[in-house]
Design a protein around this ligand. Structure first.
Ligand SMILES: Cc1ncc(COP(=O)(O)O)c(C=O)c1O
Length: 365
């Protein structure tokens, strides 16, 4: 699915020099490397402020905390996503309220959102996900949110560099949340995360919340977390950032090639909404009839594929208390049954794309 060694081989000397720089500096937590990374990523994401933290999950939790979300509050999100999209809400004591996705883009459905908002007039935030690297319809979501004075938090964990009508993910809502988990388009040498915002007060609160709710050491204004980014991670990410656009271009070209190679095969290719002017393809995800059989068939030929996500969030055991049932979100449930992500990382050799496509074609022939 992902050969990180292939990427590392191309940037080994830069990454090792970055690690050496940090080790020589003996400044391991936050510090100038993290401040520089924040500056570079604020520029990349076209957001006035960027605040680094320990993971994408923490970024989401910090975003909820910075908006004052807690017990008694409701936050609307989608059930077809990674666990952290909803756990960040529940971990604050608030209640995740799910709304279904669109079948073609896998992102939040604005008509469903409108209905959900009508049923939940006291919603405190809306949390759309830019799933697989394609932006959710941020015009429609922002319009519904703005009219009600509700902040929108973007889960942009999989979408660094993605654009909606030419505007970057992370600059489209009140707060943007990113992950640097190694499988992400910009992946560190471990966990890492980032928040972006145009709101200075929120940025300051996030900076305090990530260091124990403290602006001045040993004085704590509110209950915060330890969610500092390590300088080693920041240095590695800074070494990789100059390559991100070329890696994204390779992902896009693999997606285009897959579309050619899979023409006429009875699978549905990924489609972004028309407003998504830059899809960064963190995953290349098809909808495949007899998905599990196809996955098994590919595995028998040494081809890895991945099921993101086999069980939607509203049916997860940890959210049983929310009272949702099978059938509540049919589009998400269908996506969980038939989505399959194929290898499409930047360094994937062209022959491998052909091998994967040929194997899929032969499965359906
Ligand atoms: C959509 C989404 N949200 C949140 C996260 C959480 O990020 P992290 O793994 O860095 O905590 C991920 C990572 O897998 C993700 O894909």
């Amino acid at each position: 699915m992902l050969d990180l060694r292939a990427q590392h081989a191309t940037i080994r000397s830069e990454v090792l020099a970055a690690v050496e720089r940090v080790v020589d500096s003996q400044m391991f937590v936050l510090g100038p490397e993290v401040a520089e990374l924040e500056c570079e990523l604020a520029g990349y994401c076209a957001a006035p402020y960027a605040v680094a933290c320990a993971s994408g999950t923490d970024a989401l939790i910090l975003a909820m905390r910075a908006l004052g979300i807690g017990p008694g509050d409701e936050v609307i999100t989608v059930p077809f996503s990674f666990y952290a999209t909803a756990s960040c809400i529940a971990l604050t004591g608030a209640r995740p309220v799910f709304t279904d996705i669109e079948p073609d883009t896998f992102n939040m459905d604005q008509r469903a959102l409108e209905r959900t908002l009508e049923r939940h007039p006291r919603t405190k935030a809306i949390l759309p996900v830019h799933l697989f690297g394609a932006c959710a319809d941020m015009d429609a979501i922002n319009e519904l949110a703005d009219g009600r004075g509700i902040p929108v938090v973007e889960d942009a964990a999989q979408a660094i560099g993605a654009e909606w009508n030419g505007r970057r993910a992370g600059s489209l809502g009140r707060i943007g949340c990113f992950s640097f988990f190694p499988t992400k388009n910009l992946g560190g040498g471990g966990d890492g995360g980032l928040l972006t915002t145009a709101d200075r007060t929120i940025a300051e609160r996030l900076r305090s919340l990530r260091v124990h709710g403290s602006k001045q050491r040993y004085f704590h204004e509110e209950l915060g977390m330890n969610s500092r980014l390590d300088a080693l991670q920041a240095a590695i990410l800074r070494a990789k950032l100059p390559y991100l656009d070329q890696w994204t271009a390779a992902r896009q070209s693999h997606a285009a090639r897959f579309a050619e190679l899979l023409a006429g095969v009875p699978v549905i290719l990924p489609a972004a909404a028309p407003g998504c002017t830059r899809h960064v393809f963190n995953q290349f995800t098809i909808r495949a009839p007899r998905r599990d059989e196809l996955k098994q068939y590919l595995a028998e030929q040494g081809i890895q594929s991945e099921t993101y996500y086999p069980l939607p969030l509203h049916l997860q055991q940890c959210f049983e208390n929310l009272g949702y049932r099978a059938g509540d979100f049919p589009v998400s449930e269908a996506a969980s049954r038939d989505c399959l992500s194929l290898p499409a990382y930047p360094e994937l050799p062209a022959e491998d794309l052909e091998t994967v496509a040929a194997a899929i074609r032969s499965f359906y022939s």
